[in-house]
Design a protein around this ligand. Sequence first.
Ligand code: NAI
Length: 479
Amino acid sequence: MTAIQRVAVAHGDGIGPEIMNATLRILEAARVPLAFDPIEIGEAVYRRGILSGIPREAWETIRRNRVLLKGPITTPQGSGYKSINVTIRKSLGLFANVRQCKAYAPFVASTHPGMNIVIIRENEEDLYAGIEHRQTQEVTQVLKLISRPGSESIIRYAFEYARAYGRQKVTCMTKDNIMKLTDGLFHQVFDEVAREYPDLRAEHQIIDIGAARVAAMPESLDVVVTLNLYGDILSDIAAQVAGSVGLAGSANIGENAAMFEAVHGSAPDIAGRGVANPSGLLLAAIQMLVHLGLGSYAETIKHAWLATLEDGIHTADIYRVGLSERNVGTDDFTDAVIERLGRKPHTLTPVTYENRPIRVRVSRPPRRDKALVGVDVFLDWDEEGRNPERLGARLEALNGDGLALKMITNRGVKVYPDGLPETFCTDHWRCRFVSERPLRFPDLLALLTRLDAAGLHVVKTEHLYTFDGEAGYSLGQGE
Ligand code: NAI
């Protein structure tokens, strides 16, 4: 007999309780060997003044069970409230976000009936580190952090996923033509890992054309692996193109824990009316069963759900005259799925789920020889008509200790030496000082002290390093 596993369950806000009750009714009717421990997170908890939305008892249950099935949460407007999703993903190290986006044509209308893609999104890094600063009157910045182990984990996960689920191709999407170091690292790791999976096709697309293809020709894609922000946007496009955001489930997977939820939000506009489509959460629960090694239960429930769609029993969001037989509410849809447990679909393809957990290991490349060769000093400067030539002349006079001004850029465009008068300049200047010889940290401090003494306002510095002689920083134009 299969041992009972315990799962933490958060009903969520808005339509959350309606679709969670529906999902749990189906799981119980299928006699899944699971016990559910309810936790309270979300709106009510925020209202009690807990800014994270997650009380201590809820954390304890989640950490003990290591698996959370979560309804959508309403994030209150206003600063101070933290997104529960981001908090849970990061705190538990749920590095992989897996979203399957499939069309169920001809039973659910879709502009792309052959579409069947999986988007595997990096979940912890990128701009979502949320490290932002206002540096001058005019300029704010956000830090985009991409690590080699973070990239390798998600990319290996994508290839392992493709193998486990019989997929043929993995497409990596980045913007490395612009972000050569950050997105470039992701692309480079992708090429390295792809060589270990000769049985799978691997390709890279620039994210802009890649996103256009997700929208216009998704049949050409299979598994897509990408960075956090791109993946966030792509997966909503893909879910909508497939038919409805109400039809997509999402898994957040880490080494020691996992969270499963619908792609959509709490839909306050239809909450309490009994019309919500529970399919997104149900499909997430099916992903959870596979994750827990309960693939046969997952198959039974998926087949009953496919048979319900085939019989034209549809909730309002997917109901179409001519395609659908009955427009049903959440409860009747749930009853219809339960009645069909044990049936297989006639036209839609039945599924088989392997009980093979996906494990990834991350390599440790040899350490490179790291040398300090310069510094980018960022200045807040709003004097002398913002004339770059004047700033350049002031800075050249402060060269010393081997450090010499190489160039000044404004919003990334070189304005000194040899800038164009047409270039618009903000009050935020990146001034690159480089040295022919290896530097020591005190050399940088001495430069900063000279700049400060000359009345210039340093707002930040970025050190320039080489790794085995290779530049660890992007070059300016003409460098
Ligand atoms: P939403 O996804 O809740 O709703 C967008 C539209 O889709 C609405 O018209 C809604 O009625 C419809 N819809 C969504 N799910 C449906 C379903 N299962 N059946 C039928 N129709 C459905 O997005 P919105 O309105 O932007 O966000 C509402 C709240 O949800 C916000 O507070 C937001 O922060 C939160 N949210 C939470 C998420 C989560 O917990 N994972 C994800 C996205 C948003």
